[in-house]
Design a protein. Structure first.
Length: 219
């Protein structure tokens, strides 16, 4: 399972990229807004900077609600950077936009997916990746991870090539479960990337190795 960073924060992306474990970045209007990005021009500038740091797909979301608006935005975004994935919501208007953009060779990350049926529609429309939102399903009392497993299973059964991109990841267990469920990609906040590396037994083990080495070295 590949890991993408789910942030528009340039410093977090620099810090994450240095670890050599990040294959892409996902952004959305909320993440952009959290970084003070509030116009197409500033979103474009940030996305260009991200694209210089990470050599992989960078997801950029449209804000239009109608198909024609999404298509126009998607075509524009496609010219911003070498490897854009245009994020289009799983709506009726969105599926129309996905089919037009994908037929033009533009890669689409179908976002806000909450059902297998939406994932099936997106695959038929030509989505490169579908993003089921695990955490938001958990928020309403469902098991978000089950949706990942269900989509992976149905895609396998029908030999569908659309990638399953686990999104709305809230904690490290989501990462482990998404990998076990067969997600191709998980997009994670930087804080969770750091937590994935941490284990108290690793910390105490490193400290003990160092102490033992120094005891002998100094005797
Ligand atoms: O990739 C989508 C993700 O950013 C949504 O996460 O935590 O807002 O549900 P969250």
């Amino acid at each position: 399972m590949q890991l993408f960073l789910d942030t528009a924060n340039i410093q977090e992306i620099r810090d994450g990229a240095r670890l050599g474990v990040i294959s892409g970045v996902t952004t959305n209007p909320s993440l952009a807004s959290a970084e003070g990005i509030g116009s197409t021009e500033s979103y474009k500038a940030a996305v260009r900077e991200i694209s210089l740091i990470v050599d992989g797909p960078i997801s950029v979301e449209v804000v239009s609600l109608d198909a024609q608006g999404m298509i126009a935005e998607g075509r524009d975004i496609a010219g911003w950077i070498p490897n854009p994935w245009v994020k289009i919501p799983s709506t009726i208007e969105g599926f129309e936009a996905i089919s037009v953009l994908s037929s033009e060779g533009i890669k689409v990350n179908q976002t806000l997916c909450f059902s297998v049926n939406q994932a099936l529609l997106g695959a038929q429309a030509g989505s490169t990746a579908v993003s089921p939102f695990i955490g938001r399903l958990d928020d309403i009392g469902l098991q978000g991870i089950d949706l990942i497993a269900d989509i992976v299973s149905v895609y396998r059964q029908h030999d569908i090539k659309t990638k399953v991109l686990a999104a709305s990841i809230r904690h490290t267990l989501h990462c482990t479960l998404a990998a076990q469920a067969g997600a191709h990609i998980a997009t994670i906040p930087y804080k969770i990337l750091v937590q994935m590396a941490q284990h108290p037994l690793t910390d105490s083990g490193v400290a003990r190795f160092k102490a033992d080495w120094e005891k002998t070295a100094n005797s």
